[in-house]
Write a protein that binds this ligand. Structure first.
Ligand SMILES: [Zn+2]
Length: 69
């Protein structure tokens, strides 16, 4: 998965985190990629924390989509 920004021709940073679905708590494999520059910024940390907090697994995301329709 890609998080944040990757500029054209930029080096990509790959990292692994444990992510749990914000709804059901299921652990999701968190192989993430972002741009090298962005990875070192405060903005990245903030965005990443928000993203992790609101992360939904595929099943919960599908459920939510169905409920909205
Ligand atoms: Zn879930």
């Amino acid at each position: 998965m890609i998080i944040g920004k990757i500029l054209k021709n930029e080096k990509i940073v790959k990292f692994d985190v444990k992510i749990n679905c914000a709804n059901c708590g299921k652990q999701v494999p968190g192989g993430l990629k972002t741009g090298k520059k962005y990875y070192q910024t405060k903005e990245f940390k903030i965005e990443f924390n928000e993203w992790v907090k609101n992360y939904l697994c595929g099943i919960c995301r599908d459920k939510r989509r169905v409920e909205k329709n």
